[in-house]
Design a protein around this ligand. Structure first.
Ligand SMILES: *Cc1c(COP(=O)(O)O)cnc(C)c1O
Length: 417
């Protein structure tokens, strides 16, 4: 399997020591099932690659923000890359160290900034001048000094899907180097309650090669030298996130390979290495287990209709993303079919024209590589309850999010009566 901690034993699929059938029977479907060992291993791969060099590894919370998953990262000593006040709240709830948080995003609200200043986060990744002014004013009001890192858009093509590329000049993210330079001139006089501590580049997601990283880091390094000549010293060099995982037949660079390419450049500058991986850490940590409701035979197509839908995992509908689908129990025969959900949209499919073991009503399927941007992008569309989540550690499984109820869904409306 492409997911190291999922394997076939006998004729059935397991996550570590837990059978997917057993988990589904206990907690129902659709069900996200995560391997704790996978997450820890992924985090440690980065630690190992950076050993002996000043570094700060952040986990990008938006990839999978369940507080029990965040707890795993907190126990490893990880920092967190957050993009909202809600994510900051989750980090706190999980016992994460808010002083190790970096905060990205183009639209931080005043309330969000205030809570992050109070939580003494490591730095704000600043994306515009008005934002800088707002953070300065809020820090002044609170009598604090907030740390910031300028997010520079290196105008690099990460060769990934258009919707997940962020480092090109046409994207909404970051500042141009010229603008950043202008901001940093006379910075301490202009922004008395801010301290500029770093530079950040984040060029996109699901990046398989080291080359776009190297190009971006080289550009940013040149910029650091220029700033130095003007008297600005920065501590943190933040390469962003984006390292790819295997969904199909990709051959992504490993953390060791990535670090080998870019660390010499950063080390030459004497700066602390920061990264903010999300997908790499959790993408292949989970499968989405779903039950077959019906097999519908049309004259020219067979549809396997399952109880999970685009509201549970939107990546195929949104990005035309590929997800492998496996039958939880082996079957003797196969057939060609579309695997679709019950939502009233033609985009509600997981795979089209795939060869699948010949499953029938009540059989279980696993949608693979569902750990990143899976549950976190799920919704209540069609008034469907969001799925439950289970964390596996060895032979033990723990419910880490109970299935929603209709009452949960209606609550925010009924309380307005
Ligand atoms: C989304 C995001 C990440 C994580 O991206 P992955 O592709 O999941 O690694 C890191 N940094 C920033 C600023 C982001 O917006």
């Amino acid at each position: 399997m492409k997911q190291e901690y999922f394997e076939r034993k006998g004729n059935a699929l397991y996550c570590e020591g837990v059978g997917l059938r057993e988990a589904a029977e206990k907690f129902g479907t659709p069900l996200f099932i995560y391997s704790a060992a996978h997450i820890k291993e992924r985090y440690r791969n980065f630690e190992e690659a950076l050993k002996g060099y000043p570094h700060h590894i952040c986990y990008a919370v938006k990839a999978c923000s369940n507080i029990h998953i965040l707890e795993l990262f907190a126990h490893e000593g990880s920092g967190f890359d957050i993009v909202s006040g809600g994510e900051l709240q989750r980090v706190k709830e999980a016992g994460g160290d808010t002083k190790k948080c970096v905060y990205a995003g183009v639209g931080k609200s005043a309330e969000e900034i205030e809570s992050a200043v109070k939580a003494e986060i490591l730095y704000f990744g600043v994306e515009s001048v008005p934002e800088l002014e707002r953070i300065n004013a809020i820090a002044a009001k609170l009598g604090r000094v907030a740390r910031i890192a300028l997010r520079v858009n290196p105008d690099v093509d990460a060769h990934t899907h258009d919707y997940i590329t962020t480092g090109k000049s046409e994207n909404k993210f970051g500042l141009t180097a010229d603008k950043a330079e202008e901001i940093l001139k006379g910075f301490s006089e202009k922004y008395k309650n801010l301290k500029a501590v770093g530079l950040q580049v984040h060029i996109g997601s699901q990046i398989t090669e080291t080359k776009p990283y190297k190009t971006a880091v080289l550009k940013a390094a040149e910029f650091v030298l220029k700033l130095r000549s003007q008297g600005t010293e920065l501590k943190y060099f933040d390469i962003g996130g984006g390292l790819a995982i295997v969904y199909k037949d990709e051959d992504p660079a490993t953390p060791a390979e990535l670090v080998k390419e870019v660390l010499p450049i950063i080390s030459e500058l004497g700066m602390t290495f920061v990264c903010e991986m999300g997908r790499y850490m959790v993408g292949n940590a989970a499968m989405l287990v779903t039950k077959v409701e019906y097999v519908k035979e049309n004259p020219d197509k067979t549809f396997v209709i399952v109880d999970a839908a685009m509201n549970d995992l939107i990546r195929p509908a949104l990005y035309e993303a590929y997800h492998e689908i496996a039958a939880v129990e082996d079957k003797a025969e196969t057939f060609v079919c579309d695997v679709v959900g019950p939502v009233c949209e033609s985009a509600d499919f997981f795979r089209k024209d795939m060869t699948l073991p010949k499953v029938g009503e009540g059989d279980l399927l696993a949608v693979c590589s569902a750990g990143a941007y899976g549950f976190t992008m799920s919704s209540n569309y069609n008034s469907r309850n969001r799925a439950a989540e289970v964390l596996v550690e060895g032979d033990e499984m723990t419910l880490i999010r109970r299935r929603e109820t209709y009452e949960d869904q209606l609550n925010c409306e009924k309380t307005c009566r």
